[in-house]
Design a protein around this ligand. Structure first.
Ligand code: IMP
Ligand code: MG
Length: 177
């Protein structure tokens, strides 16, 4: 596989190959399709990082699925306070919501978003995260659907960026910073 070199920064190694990504994403989708077979599921994908994951995930889901997007930007690291730069287009009241995230690190962002979404009175709400840096967690947060537990390294690709670059990589790579 070609290792990306984007200007002055390199991807040091491939952490998760495209094949492993597809395999695991399809397993998550199977589980989700079984768990929500009676009710359908409303995916709320958090932009921008989760857009590639969400796009693959819905194609493996075999039950009625509704999709909406929310765009956020963090107010500086480790505060957990996020600014909603694009809100959902429709109400999630009474829906069975699955918040789709690229990566849960400290857990502050996801915990803030879950609190925000709960106030809109969904029938239920769970988290689906492609990656979990569980060793970095500072807030206890149940992640019902988790793709891969990864070590404390900075990853890019498959939607995730470093300074808005590398989102297009078809694999998850570790940056050589
Ligand atoms: P948290 O609030 O510490 O859990 O941070 C979560 C957010 O930080 C994610 O949604 C990502 O946007 C970003 N993030 C954390 N670790 C990484 C990484 O290794 N690569 C790219 N983005 C990351
Ligand atoms: Mg993110």
């Amino acid at each position: 596989m070609k290792i990306s070199n984007d200007g002055d920064i390199d991807v040091a190694k491939v952490l998760i190959t495209p094949d492993r990504l597809q395999q695991r994403v399809s397993e998550l989708a199977l589980q989700i399709s079984q768990d929500f077979s009676e009710t359908g599921v409303a995916l709320v994908a958090i932009l921008r990082g989760s857009f590639v994951f969400a796009a693959d995930l819905i194609r493996y889901i075999t039950i009625p699925v509704y999709v909406d997007f929310m765009s956020i930007s963090s107010y500086g690291s480790q505060t957990g306070i996020v600014r909603i730069t694009k809100d959902l287009d429709e109400s999630i009241r009474g829906r069975h919501v699955l918040m789709v995230e690229d990566i849960i690190d400290t857990g502050l962002t996801a915990s803030y978003l879950i609190q925000n979404l709960r106030r809109r009175e969904p029938a239920s709400i769970e988290i689906c995260a492609l990656l979990d840096k569980s060793a970095r967690r500072i807030i206890d947060l149940p992640i019902k659907y988790s793709g891969f537990d990864i070590p404390d390294v900075f990853v890019v690709g498959y939607g995730m960026d470093y300074r808005q670059r590398f989102r297009n990589l078809p694999y998850i790579g570790v940056l050589a910073l």
